[in-house]
Write a protein that binds this ligand. Structure first.
Ligand code: S3P
Length: 447
């Protein structure tokens, strides 16, 4: 277990106790993290004043707000609304000091695309987890377009030099990553000509949707099993009013807790149900979960619904590899749920899990083992051998990873013995309200 937690501070362990009664209630989760980052960045690249309601106020996104401010596009909050004073594409300025992206891969990688199109030099840094994560996947295509890095490495800290003369490219994604796709498309806004990204497996499409909303020319074409996304360069974005829907990756913990705790019946209102994000919900329904999407509607160019979940008896299922991009952040909590199902749940195509905030495949498998759940890792496959119930009683090493912490704090609400996670500080990077909302539903946690 780690001796120091997030930011070098003493770790903040927490223990989840088996719920004595069903979880009940109707609530909302904070705004979607992916959409929040993009709203701030596109607001900074637009001309005029963008307003954002429902922005996720978690560390990752607040670091992006600080980053756009440092680049000359101040992001500020008044009442319940954030405002970004945009400088136009190519209009951002050189920051006075290094920019710290904390724990956020999305903030870092997308911002590399933003910086790429400007004649500025920016020192980018992050925490211990972020400094281990691969940036070469974004730097390779951005270097082809004209970005330079002073250091000869592909991890933070890095000093990056953009250019007002970017070259457009066509790029086939070697890994299914919306972050890589987005960084290239954002840089493409500022290149002279058309930039195209080709993806084999569709990844989350918030960049494409929101860029269109801000007035950019973005075309998506599906042909021969491939998706080609083309952005027209020398683009001008216009300031917009953005409403951020609830984050389905945060709602996942509440929904899964309700499925596991007998007698539960909860509703999470206003959750994003864009099909590039709902693989977990498809999987849970395959397992026999009583989940329904009510009041389906559209808000700010994205589909949303109220998600209703009740305690359910679950069966193990096969989760195919091609579903991974639409639920990539949800495997730790799915693995926790699968421990309570009858039979094996086989999850294929998990290579990308190894390069998240931690090696999530290893961290998840270790957390399951610590709590008496049999699991097998075979290459990029995780098989959880569910036995209908979970012993619990273990302590989980979270490795500076918010989703590992939340997944096992969900599992411990239904395991026979309590489950402890070694550090909860990182939960603030994506879902600071996690514990409070779980407790509102009736969950019990002890320090
Ligand atoms: C994100 C994309 C995903 C996801 C991350 C957010 C985004 O990463 O894991 O939490 O906002 O584009 P990859 O694109 O690297 O898979």
């Amino acid at each position: 277990m780690s001796k120091s937690g997030a930011h070098g501070a003493p770790p903040q362990p927490l223990t989840a106790i088996k719920a004595a009664a069903g979880l009940k209630g109707t609530l909302r989760v904070p705004g979607d993290k992916s959409i929040s980052h993009r709203a701030l960045m596109f607001g900074a690249l637009a001309t005029g004043k963008t307003t954002i309601k429902g922005l996720l106020e978690a560390e990752d996104v607040l670091n992006t707000a600080k980053a756009v401010t440092a680049l000359g596009a101040p992001a500020t909050k008044s009442g319940d609304t954030w405002t970004v004073l945009g400088r136009g594409t190519g209009g951002l300025k050189q920051p006075e000091s290094p920019i710290d992206f904390g724990n956020s891969g999305t903030g870092t990688r997308l911002m590399m695309g933003v910086i790429a199109g400007h004649d500025i030099t920016v020192a980018m840094e992050g925490d211990a987890s972020l400094s281990r994560r691969p940036m070469g996947r974004v730097l390779k295509p951005l270097r082809q377009m004209g970005l330079l890095t002073r250091e000869d490495r592909d991890t933070l800290p890095l000093t990056v030099e953009g250019s007002s003369h970017l070259v457009p490219i066509e790029y086939s994604l070697p890994v299914p990553s919306a972050q890589v796709k987005s960084a290239i498309l954002i840089a493409g806004l500022m290149a002279a000509g058309e930039t195209t990204v080709v993806e084999k497996e569709p990844t989350r499409d918030h960049t494409e949707r929101m860029l269109r909303y801000f007035g950019a020319d973005v075309e998506t074409e599906r042909r021969d099993g491939l998706t080609r996304i083309t952005v027209h360069g020398d683009a001008e974005l216009e300031a917009r009013d953005v409403v951020v829907p609830g984050d389905p990756s945060s709602a996942a913990f509440l929904i899964c807790a309700a499925l596991l705790v007998p007698g539960s019946d909860i509703t999470v209102e206003g959750v994003l149900i864009n099909e590039t994000r709902t693989g977990l919900y498809t999987t849970l329904k395959d397992m026999g979960a009583d989940i329904s999407f009510l009041n389906e509607r559209e808000e700010g160019g994205e589909p949303i619904a109220d998600i209703c979940a009740r305690h359910s008896k679950l069966q193990g299922v096969h989760v195919p590899a091609d579903r991974a991009p639409s639920m990539i952040d949800e495997y730790p909590v799915l693995a926790a749920v699968a421990g309570f199902a009858q039979g094996d749940t086989r999850m294929d195509g998990l290579a990308e899990l190894k390069v998240k905030e931690s090696d999530r495949l290893a961290a998840t498998a270790a957390g399951l083992a610590a709590n008496g759940v049999r699991a097998t890792v075979d290459g990029d496959t995780l098989i959880v051998h569910g036995g209908g119930k979970v012993a619990g009683g273990g302590t989980v090493a979270t490795h500076l990873d918010h989703r590992i912490a939340m997944a096992f704090l969900t599992m411990g609400l239904a395991s026979d013995a309590p489950i402890t996670v070694d550090d909860t500080a990182m939960i603030a990077t994506s879902f600071p309200e996690f514990r409070g909302l779980m407790e509102r539903l009736g969950a019990t946690y002890e320090i």
